[in-house]
Design a protein around this ligand. Structure first.
Ligand SMILES: O=C(O)c1ccccc1N[C@@H]1O[C@H](COP(=O)(O)O)[C@@H](O)[C@H]1O
Length: 215
C-alpha cells in the first residue's frame, strides 16, 4: 500500500451497532441511504436517532430534488448530501457546494481526461467527488478499473467507491491515490447489515494510514 493518508467513509448504515463499530475502527464519515429502492434505505427520522458522535454524517440521494434533500438533511442532521443521481449543478448550488459530494461514474467517460473535464465543471459546486463503478446508481458491489485513475488530478478531494472490501482495498490503494475510501456492500453480512468481522478485516490494516485530518 502506498503511504498516504485518507478518510474512511462507511456507507449504508441502518443500525446503531454498525455505526458504533465503524466509529470504533476509525471511520471519519458515515453514510445513510435515502433511496427508497435500496435494501439499505433508512427513514430520515431513524437516521436522526443514530448517534454518530463527532464523525461526519452523509445522506445518499438518487431521485430527490434540492428541496426534498434539504428537508431530509435537516431531519437526519446531515452535513453532506451525496448526489448519486442525475442531479444538476443548480441543485448542488441550492444545497450549498460545501455540503455536496458529487458522484461521477468513470465508466461513462471515454478517457480520464474526459472525466477530469467533468470534474472541472463541477469543481465550484461540490466539496468532494465520489467515483463509483457502473454507469448509474450504486451499491452494485462492482469495482472500478483503479489503474485508469492513477493519473487523475482532481480539483476536489475524492472518494474511491465500488465494491471495496478487505480483499480489494490493498490493491486499489496500490493503484490509485484517493483522498477517501467508501465501504458499503463489501463489508456487509447481508444487504443493510454490516459485518463487524468484515469491517475489522478491511479497516485494521489501514490504521497507519488514516490519521486523516478533516478541517
Ligand atoms: O448502496 C445502495 O443501495 C445504493 C443505492 C443507491 C445509490 C447509492 C448506493 N450506494 C452507494 O454506492 C457506492 C458503492 O457501493 P458498493 O461499495 O459498490 O456497495 C457507495 O458510495 C454507496 O454509498
Amino acid at each position: 500500500m502506498k503511504k498516504h493518508s485518507f478518510a474512511i467513509k462507511v456507507c449504508g448504515i441502518t443500525r446503531q451497532s454498525d455505526l458504533s463499530t465503524a466509529m470504533g475502527m476509525g471511520a471519519h464519515f458515515c453514510g445513510f441511504i435515502f433511496h427508497p429502492g435500496s435494501p439499505r434505505y433508512i427513514a430520515p427520522s431513524r437516521a436522526a436517532a443514530l448517534d454518530s458522535a463527532l464523525i461526519r454524517r452523509v445522506g445518499v440521494f438518487v431521485n430527490q430534488n434540492a428541496e426534498e434533500i434539504m428537508d431530509i438533511m435537516k431531519t437526519a442532521r446531515l452535513e453532506f448530501a451525496q448526489l448519486h443521481g442525475a442531479h444538476s449543478l443548480d441543485c448542488a448550488r441550492r444545497i450549498g457546494p460545501e455540503k455536496v459530494i458529487r458522484v461521477l461514474w468513470p465508466d461513462r467517460y471515454e478517457s480520464v481526461d474526459a472525466l477530469q473535464r467533468e470534474m472541472e465543471l463541477w469543481a465550484d459546486s461540490c466539496a468532494w467527488f465520489l467515483l463509483d463503478a457502473g454507469s448509474q446508481g450504486g451499491g452494485h458491489g462492482v469495482s472500478l478499473d483503479w489503474t485508469s485513475l492513477a493519473s487523475l488530478s482532481s480539483p476536489r478531494p475524492w472518494f474511491l467507491a465500488g465494491g471495496l472490501s478487505s480483499a480489494s482495498l490493498n490493491r486499489a490503494l496500490e493503484q490509485c491515490s484517493p483522498d477517501g475510501i467508501d465501504l458499503n456492500s463489501g463489508v456487509e453480512a447481508i444487504p443493510g447489515q454490516k459485518s463487524p468481522q468484515k469491517l475489522l478485516a478491511a479497516l485494521k490494516p489501514l490504521t497507519p494510514y488514516t490519521p486523516y485530518h478533516i478541517a
